[in-house]
Design a protein around this ligand. Structure first.
Ligand SMILES: *Cc1c(COP(=O)(O)O)cnc(C)c1O
Length: 228
């Protein structure tokens, strides 16, 4: 087994253990492999090991990889900041966009989604810790944006995505995850299409799952340290 295979299976095992400890249904937490800066051959290796969902942050880099891996059944998630001039290529090439935080971007994705590709799955990114420099909508504005997005025909509102403040204080981290989970549950009561709470990365995966994450986004723990 290659090193990538080992790391991949370790992560899967860790997710299953965390699900179990959190009392969640087995296999209810999805693994999004964050493959930014990784070459297409490495993604192919991970796909051959059984991984199906991949997350990319940088559009130009992603388009090259998506194109060269067309023979594989991969579901691509866009997880980087979105500028309006990028929405057309994102709408045409991705299956999910997890970083929608304003109506204008949602409207453009809706207009530009090719009908042949079906609905584009959307997570709203919430700035859960109210950081001034961070992308994401304020929790107080979330419900209005969700309502507007739910009315766009070519988008399917699937849930929320959060990146909490980097902190060494586990209690603060837990509070952020907990708040995100509360917002997620409230929204899911209004919109039946909502089933995804994307939170947790390599360093905080177990706590995120304990607090109700349904999708963890893992980069370095699968692929190793990024060199760029
Ligand atoms: C890079 C990235 C990740 C993965 O981070 P790791 O620490 O490498 O697991 C998750 N989510 C987003 C939005 C990222 O940009």
């Amino acid at each position: 087994m290659t090193e990538l295979n080992n790391r991949f299976h370790t992560i899967i095992d860790n997710i299953r253990v965390a699900e179990n400890q959190a009392g969640m249904i087995p296999n209810s937490v999805q693994l999004l492999a964050v493959s930014k800066t990784q070459p297409a051959e490495v993604i192919r290796q991970a796909a051959e090991a059984g991984q199906r969902y991949f997350g990319e942050n940088y559009l130009q880099e992603a388009l090259i990889k998506i194109n060269s891996l067309k023979d594989l059944k991969i579901e691509w998630h866009f997880i980087g900041p979105i500028q309006s001039n990028k929405t057309k290529d994102i709408a045409a090439n991705f299956d999910w966009v997890q970083t929608v935080d304003r109506l204008k971007i949602a409207q453009r994705l809706d207009n530009q989604r090719p009908s042949s590709r079906g609905k584009l799955n959307i997570c709203i990114q919430v700035n859960i810790d109210n950081e001034s420099s961070k992308s994401g909508i304020a929790a107080t504005e979330l419900f209005e944006l969700a309502k507007q997005i739910s009315q766009l025909n070519n988008l399917q509102l699937r849930g929320l995505m959060i990146i909490p403040t980097h902190t060494d204080d586990p209690l603060q981290q837990q509070r952020s995850f907990h708040l995100a989970h509360m917002l997620f549950k409230q929204l899911a009561e209004i919109y039946p299409s909502i089933d995804t709470l994307s939170m947790g990365m390599s360093g905080d995966m177990a706590m995120a799952i304990a607090e109700g994450s349904t999708m963890v986004r893992i980069g370095t723990a699968i692929f190793g340290i990024r060199h760029t």
